[in-house]
Design a protein around this ligand. Sequence first.
Ligand code: ADP
Ligand code: MG
Length: 341
Amino acid sequence: MGSGTTLVHLEGIRRVYVSAGETVAALDGIDLTLNEGEVVVMLLGPSGSGKTTLLNVLSAMDSPTEGTYRFRGDIVPSAPDALDVEPFALPRPHPLLSPPLWLVERVVGLVLGVVRWPGRTLAERRRAKALEAQAAFRRANIGYVFQQYNLLGDLTVLENVMLAQEISGGRDRARAKHMLAKVGLEGLEQRFPAELSGGQQQRVAIARSLAKHARLLLGDEPTGNLDSETTQQVMKALLDICRKEGVTAVIVTHDEALTAHATRVLRLDSGRLHSDETGGAGTLVGKGKHVVKDVLDTAEDVVESVRRPVEAAISGGVNTAKALGAVAKDIAEAARPKRKE
Ligand code: ADP
Ligand code: MG
């Protein structure tokens, strides 16, 4: 496989959390390749199996404890966990020794703190820099759809999309409108979120997440708040826009029925990839439907793009003919021998 076709490559990814002395491997050795051109990858698995953690690693919101993550061939920046020990924390003495050792403890603590201080400051700086690099990676490549649509109520639909563009580099009104049209919201650009249904709001959120040229769209149960019919509409819009924009979406769901909209279905269990299958939209029949739809869409676009110039030419032609007629009439009038009365 050529390196140009690989979008995501995960190798031996582990994510271990330590909380209250307990160690949990949320991801326990994930190897996964997603190719450019894969459209909707559904991620299923029981609660606690690591789905959210995997999305967080993919978006560089979280860093793997072990393993490598490459995005289009480049290593994705990762940051070490925050230091959870106070810079001047003391080693704790035995409780019986505590009172007599109080002063010694303070002095030793202070000395240790001073000695450790430069190293810690350096580590904190390094971490801050890594977090900054992760944020830059996200801004450039990742779109995210949340279960709560997170639209700003005081901004119109179009403004919500354009604000997201502005945050990640620059407004592009035409593209914002184009993306809204692609999720079926043409004509609703000037509405406020409260004037839309839940499904329409989620479609705004999808358009917003892609309005800045993201390559990878991530969603953690984005249709979890919607009824089943609206869910179908939103998933269709998602599959459609991702296909047309060449975006790969990785969507977490509990809903088996949604695998009909997936080109690939991954199942996680206890932090491991447990199965990897073709989804309903990845089968020949599923692809065939889209080919037919694409042909029809393209035909519509062609008709639309030809209609206007033809109309313009016809109306232009009529006007030109009228103008020529008028000129001819004037010439004939001027050339007519003047009869004397
Ligand atoms: P899912 O999304 O599949 O329900 P998660 O990825 O949220 O699963 O969590 C996987 C495992 O990792 C769970 O056991 C969870 O308790 C643990 N976990 C997730 N995040 C943290 C964290 N920040 N600190 C400690 N444990 C965590
Ligand atoms: Mg989760």
